[in-house]
Design a protein around this ligand. Structure first.
Ligand code: NDP
Length: 498
């Protein structure tokens, strides 16, 4: 016993008893001065931080990004130069479920990557799908409300989901992927990741290229049907954590091939689709995927809460040579993600070890809750404002200014529905499916529509018909066989909100 450390309060004082409360007499009430008891209870009350509104249930690990191609003509980013190896963290997640949700639910998976580059942190906060349900951040909160619990019943509502979707045809592409085989991956290792948004790369000559990031699984795509997923959940609700953590623990290190699609800047004016629209892909035939390297996950976190729950990813984290694009949803996320972390973790969430850059940090940010590092990291206590004439204080770096965006126009609320083609790309995907994949798509959709009023179902079927008559017919037949659904007496409603 003597070689074990003393149990102490958080103030460092030895604790005489961790078993029995201090009472007035053997049957008397507890004394308020029993600080060890008070501290245990108070701290326990504070063990949880607010869970993420979306992507609450997650699984993560550390690894390395390896760049094998010469990208110097596209970008000055040091982490994207040939031969470079950059340490990283990945966190995968489901979107809608809470922290206690079962892992094997049909849902989009988050695919968030943090690269600890020598020029600062670069976060790519993507999904396992190349597109998303919305193309304007104005719609995000409403969309997510339809995926969460009804305010009265506290249950998920298929009616809310399909009411919203059937009034939002831009969601069709993502719905088709979600309800296809890829909507329920067997493990995080058996799915692709996509940066999803259009970003940009820029080089030393001030030239900008639009870019899409793809991460292709080297473990192969493996999916479960709904029935298989339900059977797994009956045995374990933590299948992804078991697979990812357990695999890495055994020395099985998953890898993803990193690919880029690159578009010259002025091509954005020529494509028949808006290349900044998050509901669209860039067809491979137009912009082929180029292999540029791979990443490997090879180290588990020592403490899940400290390193995975408190991992804070934000698309606003970027490094010189990498830029944003006019993608509206990306623009919204640049604010919303960092703001979510300030709310749920605290002002200095980026000072936590998992989030802290591995390069020196110098800024004039001052004070704030839980400031354990002195705040101003200028290196000189006299340099607590800027501009200043204090020797050695940090100064801005004009050399890393991005080339200007050559896109201008009137400030207005432009409709992105009118004239937009929400049907061709889902059709291209539908046409890729074989008969078995189509049959599973139909039955997954029909299953998800259980209990939804006929008017809403008809409105959605009208959209499926605009993708392909077989799509609509297949879902209609699956609805009839699964729910005894008949359309005869129901008239279709308007197909969009505008
Ligand atoms: P391609 O035939 O060149 O590409 C089709 C891509 O579809 C494949 O490379 C694969 O993407 C993906 N895919 C294959 N099977 C499935 C499935 N069951 N569920 C989801 N995705 C699947 O054609 P296009 O580039 O012209 O794209 C056609 C359609 O493919 C698009 O409308 C889109 O729905 C889908 N797609 C396209 C992607 C792109 O970036 N162009 C990316 C992913 C999907 P991967 O190689 O990424 O595994």
């Amino acid at each position: 016993m003597t070689d074990r450390p003393k149990l102490t309060t958080t103030g460092g004082a030895p604790v005489p008893s961790n078993q029995y409360s201090l009472t007035a007499g053997s049957r008397g009430p507890i004394l308020l001065e029993d600080y060890q008891l008070i501290e245990k209870m108070a701290h326990h009350n504070r063990e949880r931080i607010p869970e993420r509104i979306v992507h609450a249930k997650g699984w993560g690990a550390y690894g390395d990004l390896h760049i094998t191609a010469d990208l110097s003509k596209y970008t000055i980013a040091s982490c994207l130069q040939q031969g470079k190896v950059t340490p990283m963290l990945a966190r995968f997640s489901t979107v809608a479920g809470e922290q206690g949700a079962a892992d094997h639910e049909r849902d989009v998976r988050g695919f968030a990557l943090k690269f600890y580059t020598e020029e600062g942190n670069w976060d790519l906060v993507g999904n396992n799908t190349p597109v998303f349900f919305i193309r304007d951040p104005m719609k995000f909160a409403d969309f997510i409300h339809t995926q969460k619990r009804h305010p009265k019943t506290n249950l998920r509502s298929a009616t809310a989901m399909w009411d919203y979707w059937s009034l939002s045809p831009e969601a069709l592409h993502q719905i088709t992927i979600l309800m296809s085989d890829r909507g329920l991956p067997q493990t995080p290792m058996n799915m692709n990741g996509y940066g999803s948004h259009t970003y940009s790369l820029w080089n030393g000559k001030g030239e900008r290229f639009w870019v899409k990031f793809h991460f292709k699984t080297q473990q192969g795509h493996k999916h479960f049907t709904n029935e298989e997923g339900e059977s797994v959940i009956g045995k374990t609700r933590e299948g992804y954590q078991e697979a990812l953590f357990g695999g890495i623990d055994k020395g099985e290190f998953p890898r993803w091939t990193v690919q880029l699609q690159i578009m010259p800047e002025m091509d954005a004016d020529k494509t028949p689709y808006d290349p900044f629209d998050l509901t669209k892909v860039w067809p491979h035939a137009d912009y082929p995927c180029i292999d540029v390297g791979y990443f490997e996950l090879n180290r588990n976190a020592e403490n899940y809460f400290a390193e995975i729950e408190q991992a804070a990813f934000s698309p606003s984290n970027k490094v010189p040579g990498i830029g944003y694009s006019p993608d509206r949803v990306l623009q919204g996320r640049l604010f919303a993600y960092a703001d979510a972390h300030r709310h749920r973790i605290g002002t200095h969430y980026e000072a936590l070890p998992v989030n802290a850059p591995k390069c020196p940090v110098h800024n004039y940010v001052k004070d704030g809750a839980m400031n354990f590092f002195g705040g101003i990291t200028s290196g000189n206590p006299d340099a607590y404002y800027e501009p200043n004439s204090v020797a050695g204080s940090p100064v801005e770096v004009p050399a890393v200014s991005e080339p200007p965006l050559r896109l201008t126009g009137d400030a207005d609320r432009f409709s992105h529905r009118i004239g937009n083609d929400d049907y061709s790309q889902p059709r291209a995907l539908f046409n890729l499916f074989d008969a078995g994949q189509k049959a599973r798509l139909f039955s997954n959709l029909a299953a998800a529509m259980g209990g939804v009023p006929g008017q809403i179902i008809e409105r959605q079927l009208a959209h499926f018909k605009l993708i392909h008559a077989d799509y609509e017919g297949g879902v209609r037949a699956a609805l009839a066989s699964l729910h005894g659904y008949k359309a005869d007496t129901i008239s279709a409603q308007p197909t969009a909100a505008e």
